[in-house]
Write a protein that binds this ligand. Structure first.
Ligand SMILES: NC(=O)c1ccc[n+]([C@@H]2O[C@H](COP(=O)([O-])OP(=O)(O)OC[C@H]3O[C@@H](n4cnc5c(N)ncnc54)[C@H](OP(=O)(O)O)[C@@H]3O)[C@@H](O)[C@H]2O)c1
Length: 322
C-alpha cells in the first residue's frame, strides 16, 4: 500500500489511487450496467480507495446519482470530487449559465441532490477556458465553503494561463489535470506552480483513455456510443492514435513482464507533485488492477530511466485538448 496524501492545505487525505466515474454515467464510454457500476464502487472502497471523481454532466447526472446511492449510510468513507459548469452552456457566446455567484450556489444544490448528501469535498470548475463567469464560480465557492456545503474547490484544466487566472481570482485548493506517460507536459510549468501555490493535484488521463493499458492495437474497434470511435473514424485522430500505439509498443518491449496499466499508474504516483490519480474503471477487474498498481510500489530509478528514454521529461502530447 502507498501512503495517503493530503490534497492541498485542506487536511483531507486521500489514497493516491482514486477512481474516475465518468464512464459509469453510461453515455460516453460505451454501454454500462448500473449493478456492475455499483459493485465497482463497492470494490474500490473495500480495497482502500477513498477519492471518487464525478461531474454534473457525466451521464446527464447519472454518475453522481449512482455515487449518491453507493454512499448511503457511509458518507464519511468517501472523499467526493465533483464538477459543474457545462449544464446549459451558451456556446454562441462562450459563456456558462452561471452568470452570478448565486447561480453557482443554486447549481451546487442540484449536485448535492443527485449525490444525496449535504456536502461535497471538492467542487471543481469544469469550464476549461477563459469564459466570463469564472469569477462567479470562485466567489460562489468561497461562500459555499463558509456554509460548510463544500470543503474545498478547484478547477479542471491543462491550460497554464487559465490556471493562473483562476488562482488570481481566489484561493483554490485543487487542480485536476491531464498527466500520463504519453503526456508529461504538466512537468514543465504546471506542477512547479501547484507546488508553489500548494494546490492538490488530481490526475486524469492517466491511462490515456485506455491506450496506456496496452489493450488496443491498429485493428481495435469501439462500440456505438463510445466517443473513442473517433480515433478510427477521423483521419487526423487515427494518425495520432497510431503514433500513440507506437509509444505503447516501445513500452511493451522495455517492460515485457509488466502489466502496462499498472506501470502507467505507478509512473504517475511516483511523481511527488501528484496527490491522486483517478483512472476510470467500469468493472471490478479494472478497479482491482488499477488499485493493485500501488502494491507494486513506486518506480525504481531504472524503470524511470527506461520511461524517460521513450518519452522525455516534460514531453509527449496533450491527450485532452484542455
Ligand atoms: N475535463 C475533465 O475534468 C475530465 C476529462 C476527462 C476525464 N476526467 C475524469 O477522469 C476520469 C478518468 O478518465 P480518463 O480520461 O482519465 O480515462 P483513463 O483513466 O485514462 O481511461 C479510462 C478507461 O480505460 C479503461 N480502463 C481502465 N482501467 C483499465 C484497466 N485496468 N485495464 C484495461 N482497461 C482499463 C476503461 O475503458 P474501457 O474498458 O471501455 O476501455 C476506462 O473507462 C473520468 O472518469 C473523469 O472522472 C475529467
Amino acid at each position: 500500500m502507498l501512503e495517503k496524501r493530503e490534497l492541498g492545505n485542506t487536511g483531507i487525505s486521500v489514497y493516491p489511487i482514486g477512481i474516475g466515474l465518468w464512464a459509469i454515467g453510461g453515455k460516453t464510454w460505451g454501454p454500462t450496467k448500473d449493478k456492475e457500476s455499483l459493485d465497482t464502487i463497492d470494490k474500490a472502497l473495500e480495497l482502500g480507495i477513498n477519492f471518487f471523481d464525478t461531474a454534473d454532466v457525466y451521464g446527464d447526472g447519472h454518475s453522481e446519482e449512482l455515487l449518491g446511492k453507493a454512499m448511503q449510510g457511509r458518507r464519511d468513507k468517501f472523499v467526493v470530487g465533483t464538477k459543474m459548469g457545462w449544464i446549459d452552456f451558451d456556446g454562441e457566446n462562450d459563456k456558462s449559465a452561471y452568470t452570478s455567484p448565486d447561480k453557482v450556489i443554486q447549481g451546487v444544490e442540484k449536485n448535492l441532490e443527485r449525490l444525496n448528501t449535504n456536502y461535497i469535498d471538492f467542487l471543481q470548475w469544469h469550464v476549461d477556458f477563459q469564459d466570463p463567469t469564472m469569477e462567479n464560480f470562485v466567489i460562489g465557492s468561497e461562500k459555499l465553503k463558509k456554509q460548510g456545503k463544500i470543503r474545498g474547490f478547484g478547477v479542471s484544466t491543462s491550460d497554464f494561463d487559465y490556471l493562473q487566472a483562476f488562482v488570481s481570482a481566489g484561493d483554490p485548493d485543487t487542480l485536476q489535470i491531464d498527466y500520463s506517460i504519453l503526456n508529461r507536459t504538466a512537468e514543465n510549468r504546471i506542477f512547479p506552480f501547484c507546488r508553489e501555490k500548494n494546490l492538490g493535484t488530481i490526475i486524469r488521463g492517466g491511462l490515456a483513455m485506455g491506450i496506456l493499458t496496452g489493450k488496443f492495437d491498429k485493428d481495435t474497434t469501439f462500440p456505438e456510443g463510445d466517443f473513442r470511435r473517433n480515433w478510427i473514424e477521423d483521419s487526423d485522430q487515427k494518425e495520432q492514435f497510431m503514433k500513440d500505439l507506437e509509444v505503447v509498443e516501445k513500452l511493451k518491449n522495455s517492460f515485457p513482464n509488466q502489466n502496462l496499466a499498472q506501470l502507467a499508474i505507478r509512473f504517475i504516483v511516483s511523481n511527488p507533485d501528484v496527490s491522486v490519480v483517478i483512472p476510470g474503471a467500469k468493472n471490478i477487474s479494472q478497479v482491482e488492477a488499477n488499485f493493485n498498481a500501488g502494491n507494486a510500489g513506486l518506480l525504481s530509478d531504472d524503470e524511470m530511466k527506461k520511461i524517460n528514454k521513450i518519452v522525455n521529461p516534460g514531453g509527449g502530447r496533450k491527450i485532452w485538448p484542455a
